[in-house]
Ligand binder design. Structure first.
Ligand SMILES: NC(=O)C1=CN([C@@H]2O[C@H](COP(=O)(O)OP(=O)(O)OC[C@H]3O[C@@H](n4cnc5c(N)ncnc54)[C@H](OP(=O)(O)O)[C@@H]3O)[C@@H](O)[C@H]2O)C=CC1
Ligand SMILES: O=C1O[C@H](COP(=O)(O)O)[C@@H](O)[C@H](O)[C@H]1O
Length: 477
């Protein structure tokens, strides 16, 4: 039998990512029929409150292929267990509880997955308590840890060492769910299976690289985690750098996890640590219509909090492939649109028939969400008697080209890997440390300037972003 225990079972990642992914695995009959899902957290939740959390994103609207009966049957596999992350007694009780229903299921050698969907500050004590429990649980136990692992280079080093000392490394899985996104693997194939790309993906032809994550969402309901994290720790250190790896690393020797990780590690090593001059931070204030409160007005956030909710950074890479090519990565909450994309801007031709025309660049854009799209902007001739040039995007939409049913959600892929003992879509300790090394110097700057304000719902963050880009001869469109 399989038991999945979600620590932070009352929280945002559980509600929005983990339960929906477990539902899909269940609905596709990829979970054993006697699986149990335990949401573990401190909150005093009634069965009804808990069910609401489980189904808040598991609805007919989100998953029209499945019936209400399937949703109801899934919820019956889920239970809530109230406990404390720091009280040993809670873990003893949890242990007894798990053993109780494993015995009912006559399961002598059971599989348990402990999913730590909690802030990084709690990982050490929980993984330690679970390791002790592990000695009492005769079976196959796995530990999933959410990003960010730690909150700085030093704390990550310490935490990873601690985890390695209490859990066998082959049973630990460090999640960055962007690796579970279909587009991550699709980009590898796009780059290396097409000579058209593979041959021009270098500083000789590429003008600049941009990785952008914009979110409409506020940080409401997540201050417990977010205020001690902020955008650099929340997704620049992990998601954005991983996405960057997918478009900028050298070709791995094979698709084996160890070879892909080696290519990412070599690339991450070549990125210089970020400096303050190459970074601009922002924090959202209330919306223009005053309907949405500013970050500092959220419950649980200090009135003078300087936690950034927006960042744009320029990275410098010292390797043969990208020397001199500016790389801009940016991420923000409380913006007008939600999307994530990678953009490669190709250089203008210096010579040739059309050398004097402006804006002759080509761009390749891979949108990761809301749609999964690969698009090429080409300079083409407008039909007519003269040579009028215009830019047209030629677009491949994955959802239209392939059946949606074949496209697992990122967390579904991640959980499926853990169930099947595969580390393919997880980050290695070395990658985590190199990622921290890149952002570490700018995480908590001495005499830190407060982040620049921008209105909730604004197009692209603080106004100063435009100057930041102009100074680098780039535009922010
Ligand atoms: N939300 C998201 O979209 C994603 C989040 N993650 C990661 O998941 C982890 C949790 O994030 P998220 O779910 O958003 O955060 P939440 O703030 O929702 O925290 C999750 C749960 O942890 C408990 N908790 C929160 N703060 C504290 C605290 N200071 N002390 C003790 N318990 C606390 C709360 O449960 P209770 O009080 O009931 O015990 C809460 O429900 C983070 O590492 C984040 O990076 C990863 C990917 C996506
Ligand atoms: O890890 C996180 O990711 C989400 C964005 O994930 P997505 O799958 O919706 O793109 C982000 O909102 C959150 O702040 C962060 O913790």
């Amino acid at each position: 039998m399989l038991t999945i225990i979600v620590f932070g079972g009352s929280g945002h990642v559980a509600k929005t990512m983990i339960y929906p992914a477990l539902f899909l695995l269940y609905a596709r009959q990829l979970l054993p029929s006697n699986s149990k899902i335990i949401g573990f957290a401190r909150s005093d939740l009634s069965r009804e409150d808990f069910e609401m959390r489980v189904v808040s994103r598991v609805s007919k609207e989100s998953f029209p292929f499945y019936t209400n009966d399937t949703i109801t049957a899934f919820v019956e596999h889920c239970v809530y267990f109230r406990g404390s992350y720091t009280d040993e007694n809670s873990f003893v009780k949890l242990n007894d509880y798990i053993k109780g229903f494993e015995a009912e299921n006559l399961s002598s050698r059971a599989k348990r997955i402990f999913y730590l969907g909690i802030p990084p500050s709690l990982i050490k004590s929980v993984s330690m308590a679970l390791a002790k429990l592990d000695q009492n649980l005769n079976g196959d136990n796995r530990l999933i840890i959410e990003k960010p692992v730690g909150d700085s280079l030093e704390s990550a080093r310490d935490l990873l060492e601690h985890i390695r000392s209490v859990w066998p490394i082959e049973n630990t899985y460090k999640v960055d769910h962007y690796l579970g996104m279909e587009m991550f693997d699709a980009l590898l194939m796009m780059r290396f299976a097409n000579p058209l790309f593979a041959n021009v993906w270098t500083s000789e032809f590429v003008e600049s690289i941009h990785v952008t994550l914009r979110e409409q969402a506020s940080c409401e309901g997540r201050s417990g985690y977010y205020d001690s994290s902020g955008v650099l720790r929340d997704n620049v250190q992990n998601h954005l750098l991983q996405l960057l790896c997918s478009v900028a690393m050298d070709e791995p020797k094979s698709l084996e996890q160890s070879d892909v990780a080696a290519a990412k590690i070599a690339f991450l090593r070549s990125i210089r640590p970020l400096e303050e001059k190459d970074l601009l931070l922002g924090q959202y204030i209330k919306s223009k219509d005053r309907q949405t409160v500013g970050y500092r007005e959220l419950e649980g956030v200090a009135k003078d909090s300087n936690t950034p909710t927006f960042a744009v950074c320029q990275l410098h890479v010292d390797n043969d492939r990208w020397k001199g090519v500016p790389i801009v990565i940016s991420s923000g909450k409380g913006l007008k649109d939600s999307f994530c994309e990678v953009r490669i801007v190709f250089k203008n031709r210096e010579n040739g028939l059309f050398r004097n025309k402006p804006n002759m660049y080509n761009r390749f854009i891979a949108q990761i969400f809301p749609r999964m799209i690969a698009s090429f902007e080409l300079n083409v001739k407008e039909p007519g008697f003269t040579f009028m040039m215009t830019k047209v995007a030629s677009t491949m939409d994955y959802q239209q080209s392939f059946s949606r049913g074949n496209m697992p959600l990122p967390y579904e892929r991640v959980l499926w890997d853990v169930i099947n003992s595969s580390h393919s879509h997880f980050v290695t300790d070395e990658e985590i440390l190199l990622e921290w090394q890149i952002v570490d110097k700018v995480l908590d700057l001495p005499n830190k300037k407060p982040p620049l304000p921008y209105q909730f719902g604004s197009d692209c963050g603080p106004r100063a972003v435009e100057d930041f880009m102009k100074e680098r001869n780039m535009s922010w469109d």
